[in-house]
Write a protein that binds this ligand. Structure first.
Ligand code: SF4
Length: 342
């Protein structure tokens, strides 16, 4: 893929003109410095920015929207200390450890497929999978592939090479592992493992031929510079999908008292990430309801987003699937169809 050019200082006033020529016309994502200039744009340029991000998405990704459902196979009780996460067993947060059985997993996949979703992601709150979890995932993936027309993705934390190979052999086609934030901010967010350990898992996933899904959470106290750094980190990884979450401060977690990201900042970030990653599936994930409200969903989908999660998230409620699907219908954006024959 063509590298973004190395740039020096770029003024906020110029960046939209540059982005139109570089990203929209030529499909070359913004550099870190250019992304920072976008993140610094005034509110009165926000509409223009969202319009450009939408044009970029339509030109380089098309009008289709990818719909995904997620399910938690193992909830809570995680030994890691990600400061935003109510599933850590180290904080006094209200999520209790629980396992889901295989019939319930298959039923959830069926319900997800009924919404038109093409992706079903099995998630577990763990540092990395142990043998019990790997066995559950193998049984679950097989049952879903036998009974439901949907692609199966997994998010099971950090993997060994052997686990990567086994997941690829099971037919898991995409693996989610978020870098969560910029490398320079990561030690303020997680202390029980490193950004580099996460990067290693992503590298192995890519090499094994699975699609890479990697994003993070905005609004965790990062500076605008770090937000731009994170977009550049992701651009260097070239993931197939980037889920963008906005912090929904959970009671009992170390980030429980952080302020919710203002809507304008969240929308500016969505557009900036689209301009840094013109061809990536950019998915609205958790926290958008509290950050953006109903109106924001529309602005985001018209401002660079081309994928949504339907239904509920792992520990918080989302919007009913119908609301999102109605919105896509109203905006005349088709739901992406399955392109793999099972
Ligand atoms: S984000 Fe994942 S690894 Fe971190 S505490 Fe939560 S469940 Fe554990």
């Amino acid at each position: 893929m063509t590298q973004a050019p190395v740039t020096t200082e770029i003024s906020a006033g110029d960046v939209l003109t540059v982005a139109r020529e570089q990203v929209l016309e030529r499909g070359i994502g913004l550099s870190r410095e250019q992304t920072l200039a976008v993140l610094r744009l005034d509110d009165d340029q926000l509409e223009q920015l969202l319009e450009l991000a939408h044009q970029v998405r339509m030109k380089w990704c098309g009008p289709e929207v990818e719909v995904e459902g997620i399910i938690s196979l193992k909830t809570g009780g995680c030994p890691e200390d990600c400061h935003f996460c109510s599933q850590s067993g180290l904080f006094a947060s209200p999520v209790r450890a629980a396992w889901l059985d295989i019939p319930s997993l298959v039923e959830a996949a069926k319900q997800t497929a009924k919404t038109g979703a093409t992706e079903f992601c099995i998630v577990a709150a763990v540092r990395g999978p142990d043998e019990r979890l790997m066995a559950q995932v193998a049984a679950g993936v097989e049952a879903i592939r036998n009974e439901v027309d949907i692609q199966v993705a997994c998010s099971l934390g950090m993997l060994t090479q052997d686990q990567v190979d086994r997941l690829a052999a099971m037919g898991v086609h995409r693996y989610n592992h978020n870098l969560e934030t910029a490398r320079s901010h990561f030690p303020n967010v997680v202390t029980t493992h490193t950004w580099e350990e996460r990067w290693d898992t992503l590298r192995m996933v890519r090499a094994a031929g699975m699609e890479v899904c990697c994003g993070g959470i905005l609004g965790m106290g990062e500076t605008l510079e770090q937000r731009a750094e994170f977009a550049a980190d992701l651009a260097a990884l070239e993931p197939d999908e980037v889920p963008l979450n906005f912090l929904n401060p959970r009671p009992g977690t170390p980030f429980g008292d952080l302020e919710v990201l203002p809507a304008a900042d969240a929308l500016r970030a969505v557009a900036a990430f689209r301009l840094a990653l013109p061809r990536t599936i950019l998915r609205f994930a958790g926290g958008r309801e509290i950050t953006l409200g109903d109106l924001g969903a529309r602005q985001g989908i018209l401002g660079g987003i081309n994928a949504v999660i339907v239904g509920n998230y792992l520990t918080t409620l989302g919007r009913p699937a119908e609301q999102d699907l109605d919105l896509l219908g109203e905006l005349q954006m088709p739901i992406k169809a399955l392109n793999e024959t099972f």
